[in-house]
Write a protein that binds this ligand. Structure first.
Ligand SMILES: O=C(O)c1cc(=O)[nH]c(=O)n1[C@@H]1O[C@H](COP(=O)(O)O)[C@@H](O)[C@H]1O
Length: 232
């Protein structure tokens, strides 16, 4: 999944064109969605791309239900909510999806819960966020709650994938950002692995932004990543 973290539709569109023909998911996050809006998402869907709309909803259940309904009507393939919003909020998201599908004939999106952000270290989680114990235990606890609420998977770091699959089953979808090819700048990420290591853990999807978008030749960067994991 390539993260289209750009300020304007024009820049994102130019990246998408440069990747034409390479099979990948495109992820639209807050920066692009807040500037380019639903029109950009609809354009990607019209061109046939799989789209992950990453808006990380976290609000009262009624508001998240409405948000999920609107997102589903856009026809995206995947979207996410913060598990920290609680089970009732996640169930409300699923109700919003069902409500939208009664009104439209679009695809049923995969809905996933954001556990602990990949930028969060154990020290930050313990001392600032106020959750005790290891990040892995916290992620597993949130994943159980996500599954109980009827969502299909979670966003986590690749470091937690093995235990996630053991706990929630191999069909429980794992989407893992915090991916850095060997030697790449980690930036603000904290829990990272290379693409090869992440797939070796058994993850379903890896999410990569800056190692592709900030590369001098983004197409070559993505092709090199795909070549490194082919046959795994
Ligand atoms: O939900 C996400 O996609 C997400 C969750 C998370 O825990 N960590 C995380 O980095 N992301 C997103 O994944 C992308 C990672 O980008 P890079 O760090 O540039 O590869 C960004 O668009 C983040 O918003």
């Amino acid at each position: 999944m390539v993260a289209l973290d750009y300020a304007e539709a024009k820049q994102a569109d130019s990246l998408v064109r440069s990747l034409e023909g390479i099979p990948c998911y495109l992820k639209v996050g807050m920066q692009l969605f807040y500037s380019a809006g639903p029109a950009f998402v609809q354009m990607l869907k019209e061109k046939g791309y799989n789209v992950f709309l990453d808006l990380k909803m976290h609000d009262i259940p009624n508001t998240v239900k409405g948000g999920a309904e609107s997102i589903t009507k856009l026809g995206v393939d995947m979207f996410n909510v913060h598990v920290a919003g609680g089970k009732q909020m996640m169930e409300a998201a699923m109700e919003g999806v069902d409500k939208a599908l009664q009104a439209t004939s679009g695809p049923k999106p995969i809905v996933i819960g954001v556990t602990q952000l990949t930028s969060t270290s154990q020290a930050v989680m313990n001392e600032e966020i106020g959750i005790e114990g290891t990040v892995e235990d916290a992620v597993i606890r949130y994943a159980r709650l996500t599954q109980a609420a009827g969502l299909q998977g979670v966003v986590a770091s690749p470091l937690e994938v093995v235990r996630l699959k053991e706990t929630c089953g191999s069909g429980f979808v794992t989407v893992t950002p915090g991916i850095r090819p060997a030697g790449a700048d980690i930036g603000d990420q904290s829990r990272v692995m290379t693409p090869v290591q992440a797939f070796a853990q058994g993850t379903d999807y890896i999410v990569i932004g800056r190692p592709i978008t900030a590369a001098p030749d983004p197409r070559a960067a993505l092709e090199a990543i795909i070549a490194s994991v082919e046959g795994l």
